[in-house]
Design a binder for this molecule. Structure first.
Ligand code: C2E
Ligand code: MG
Ligand code: MG
Length: 443
């Protein structure tokens, strides 16, 4: 009897981690589906694939790789409830079943916790190892009715997560395409999202090239959509800009930013300027202006802690009305940056006598540094003309050392880009600022 049990166990479990294997997973998922058909509750299937595991396994040897897998299994289990299943289905692939979901949104909370737990340093012997996890999510009954279908969908979503930068989760995006085109449903989803607190403000440091310290943070909105996972702003801002919805979003961002400024001041005594992206509609909105002013008073913040970014694509500043709109913020000591310079009319004439302090050179020019076309010349010329007009420049989207060296050589004032830091939630940015003294904020 004992050896029979043992054989049964071995047939259903992964020998390294002791987790259920694919066979047992299929059983459990079938069982869960039957139950859910009765209870009408949803199920989430999470396909987890580790990032950078292959590098560890190839570089440090299989023993280290095995230890990492054992540790990861423990961490995955520790995040889940006892009724959930986590199975190992491939070298560095796991599938998780979460039963009795109240809403699809709860799956994303679990996914975030899983990612967080995997991301923390793993110590094997004297090696300090950091890996990550990309997670694809499918939901029963929306995304499939059978075990196979759900696993396949979660697998596709996982690839989507990997492609979009790793260390993130994605829902199967089957709905994404139809969703994006249905304006009406998009608008109501955004409203719903605002009231359900699905939006989040990420921050990306802007670094002063002279001091190499963080000078500003740019606030960039993200949407943690219950079905679609993390949605980036270019998927919904353009549509929001067609209506007053954009101003609702901006009010939300402004509120969050004021809170962050207060928090940074309180915890760390950082005096840090935060940049907020403003649409033309935002600039024109009286109600946003009064909200903005009220928040400044309420949070006891001076306007000089904030700069507003306005994209060159949309800017038509010869217009007197726009000029007035800018100036009322200017009276509150707010600074202005011209964003994405080079994507509009590149009309430096706009900048004469206009209240801009900073010009941000669009990423499309920075990314072509080192290529044979004339982008380098454009970057150089923009920096020097901006300087002559009394403006400081930011190089946007600096991703490589070569790009960094180039803009430093030609006396650009600030850099922003993945070479230093990707946009992250504020807690991670605070960690980054505390990492070493070079990164303490200075104005
Ligand atoms: P932006 O204002 O030019 O912001 C910079 C964008 O470049 C961000 O994209 C940022 O993630 C990305 N980026 C930064 N460094 C790098 C890099 O090294 N490489 C690459 N490939 N990309 C980099 P994100 O966050 O997706 O935002 C896109 C645009 O959406 C923003 O462009 C801005 O125009 C708009 N946006 C974002 N948040 C808001 C908001 O709260 N309100 C409004 N009205 N617009 C927003
Ligand atoms: Mg911007
Ligand atoms: Mg930009």
């Amino acid at each position: 009897k004992q050896s029979q049990d043992k054989i049964q166990y071995l047939a259903n479990h992964d020998s390294l981690t002791g987790l259920p294997n694919r066979t047992l997973l299929a059983d459990r998922l079938e069982h869960a589906l039957q139950e859910s058909r009765r209870s009408k509750k949803q199920i989430a299937v999470l396909f987890v694939d580790l990032d950078r595991f292959k590098v560890v396994n190839d570089g440090m040897g299989h023993n280290v790789g095995d230890s990492v897998l054992i540790e990861v299994s423990k961490r995955l289990l520790s995040v889940l409830r006892s009724g959930d299943t986590v199975a190992r289905v491939g070298g560095d692939e796991f599938i998780i079943i979460i039963q009795d979901l109240d809403s699809a949104l709860s799956a994303s909370k679990v996914a975030l916790n899983l990612i967080q737990s995997v991301k923390e340093e793993i110590i094997v012997d004297e090696h300090k190892i950091t890996i990550g996890a990309s997670i694809g999510i499918s939901i029963y009954p929306n995304d499939g009715h059978s075990a196979d279908e759900l696993i396949r969908q979660a697998d596709i979503a996982m690839y989507d997560a990997k492609e979009n930068g790793r260390n993130m989760y994605r829902y199967i995006s089957q709905e994404l395409s139809s969703f994006a085109f249905e304006k009406a449903s998009m608008e109501s989803s955004i409203r719903e999202g605002l009231s359900n607190d699905e939006f989040e403000v990420y921050y990306q440091p802007i670094i002063n090239l002279e001091t190499m310290k963080v000078s500003q943070l740019e606030a960039l909105i993200r949407w943690n959509h219950p079905k679609l996972g993390l949605v980036l702003p270019n998927k919904f801002i353009p549509l929001a800009e067609e209506s007053d919805l954009i101003t609702e979003i901006t009010k939300y961002v402004v509120f969050k930013v004021m809170k962050t400024i207060t928090e940074l001041k309180m915890i760390n005594n950082y005096q840090c300027k935060i940049a907020i992206n403003f649409s033309l509609k935002d600039l024109e909105s009286d109600s946003l202006f009064y909200t903005f002013k009220n928040y400044l008073q309420q949070f006891k913040i001076d306007g000089s802690s904030i700069s507003l970014e306005i994209t060159e694509r949309k800017v038509i500043l010869s217009n007197d009305k726009n000029q007035k709109h800018l100036e009322r913020y200017k009276k509150l000591n707010v600074a202005f940056s011209m964003d994405d310079f080079g994507t509009g009319y590149s009309n430096l004439g706009y900048l004469i006598n206009k209240p801009f302090d900073i010009l941000k050179i669009d990423r499309s020019f920075i990314s072509r540094i080192g290529e044979v076309d004339k982008s380098e010349e454009v970057v150089k010329a923009t920096i020097s003309i901006a300087k002559a007009l009394g403006l400081r420049t930011v190089a946007e989207g600096v991703e490589t050392k070569e790009q960094f060296d180039f803009v430093a050589k030609y006396n650009c004032d600030f850099v922003q880009g993945f070479y230093f830091k990707t946009p992250e939630p504020i807690d991670e940015i605070i960690d980054y600022l505390q990492l070493d003294d070079n990164r303490v904020i200075e104005d």
